[in-house]
Design a binder for this molecule. Structure first.
Ligand code: UT7
Length: 332
């Protein structure tokens, strides 16, 4: 029986650092409000002509491949999680495939927003378990600074989200003591409109027009308090589901890497599960919420900082727009 291990992890962020203080130039907000409500101190914004979602993904992927000691040509499939593809269509997976020079291999885009990376890992894991592929590149990459309005009108969202990318190389292993133990994915479309970007969707005759732009209808909307309420319920639930499935307990977790949505959400999860500070990794302070990129970006930094050792039990969990949520348990 095969399963997959994380052979390497990498990340990339744009150079431009945008502090909370800088945002106060464009909107009525404060460093104190943002830090108190979200934990965020700064985030990265892309520069047009320098960074693209597929380009950032390629940079993160090359780092992951280097860490894994695997050559680009060994990749047999790309699974790409993003809510902000380079083009409305085709997806960014094919663009990454083109950059990496891998014509012919399948490239699949996953559109599960903040849970996109967990869904992507889950899909890739099934292809490896079935014996179809041995080496799969799983990427999360986002440019969100250009779908927010950096103004009073957009302030409830634009202070939270940032740009960045992260990637892992999943590789087949027959070592029963190592790799992805299980993945658990869920959705509840009841709440689809509570965190969404409606346009340019296909529902209306005109996908977008100046009137929509003037009314602010081309901006994403979020019912922050409702999302928060569901997040703090679903995160512990799906983490416990993963632990139960493997007959493990919270005490067995060496490092929890929650999707970096809001530091207050991560602190709530930590408290709810009774985890110590050293059992949880957060880097939202530096990058804000990078949606599908947040978990691999955090995983990569945790690895570089020496927070992950061979044999550690790593738990990754996410919740976001859809609503969609999920977890993955990994023996490193
Ligand atoms: O990635 C997964 C999806 N997203 C999430 O998980 C996000 C979940 N939700 C949250 O993180 C929080 O709801 C937010 C951080 C988005 C907002 O925090 P909150 O404590 O729920 O604030 P609120 O929306 O209830 O707003 C409180 C006040 C309002 O003013 P009034 O009505 O009390 O006068 C807002 O207008 O804060 C105001 N406000 C701001 N003030 C300064 C909203 N945005 C800002 C801002 N700066 N940027």
């Amino acid at each position: 029986m095969f399963h997959s291990k994380i052979a390497g992890v990498g990340h990339y962020v744009p150079d431009r650092v945008v502090t909370n203080q800088e945002l106060t130039n464009y909107m009525e907000t404060s460093d104190a409000w943002i830090q108190e409500r979200t934990g965020i101190k700064e985030r990265r914004f892309f520069e047009e002509g320098v960074d693209t979602v597929s380009g950032m993904a390629a940079n993160a992927s090359k780092m992951a491949l280097e860490k894994a000691g695997i050559e680009i040509k060994e990749i047999e499939m790309i699974v790409f999680a993003t809510l902000s593809p380079d083009y409305a269509f085709p997806g960014s997976g094919v663009l990454l495939q083109r950059i990496l020079g891998l014509p012919g291999i399948p490239a699949l885009d996953i559109r599960q927003q903040c849970a996109g990376f967990i869904y992507a890992v889950s899909v890739a894991d099934q292809f490896i378990k079935s014996g179809t592929y041995k080496t799969i590149l799983v990427v999360g990459s986002e440019i969100q600074s250009n779908i927010m309005e950096i103004s009073d009108r957009g302030r409830n969202m634009s202070v939270i989200f940032g740009d960045g990318a992260g990637a892992v190389v999943l590789q087949q292993t027959s070592d029963p003591d190592k790799g992805i133990l299980s993945t658990h994915i869920h959705a509840d479309g009841t709440f689809a409109e509570e965190l969404m970007l409606e346009h340019p969707g296909s529902k209306r005759k005109e996908r977008f027009n100046n009137e929509m732009a003037a009314k602010g209808e081309l901006l994403p909307v979020m019912n922050g308090q409702l999302v928060f309420k569901h997040a703090v319920q679903r995160f512990p639930e799906v983490i416990k589901e993963a632990l139960d499935a493997n007959r493990l307990s919270t005490a067995d977790i060496d490092l929890l890497i929650p999707h970096q949505a809001n530091l207050r959400i991560a602190e709530y999860i930590q408290k709810n599960l009774g985890l110590r500070d050293d059992q949880v990794f957060n880097n939202i302070q530096k990058y804000g919420n990078t949606t599908a990129a947040s978990i691999p970006l955090a995983l990569s930094e945790a690895f570089i900082e020496g927070r992950i050792k061979e044999g550690d039990l790593i738990c990754m969990a996410a919740f976001g727009s859809g609503f969609v949520w999920g977890s993955a348990l990994v023996r490193w």
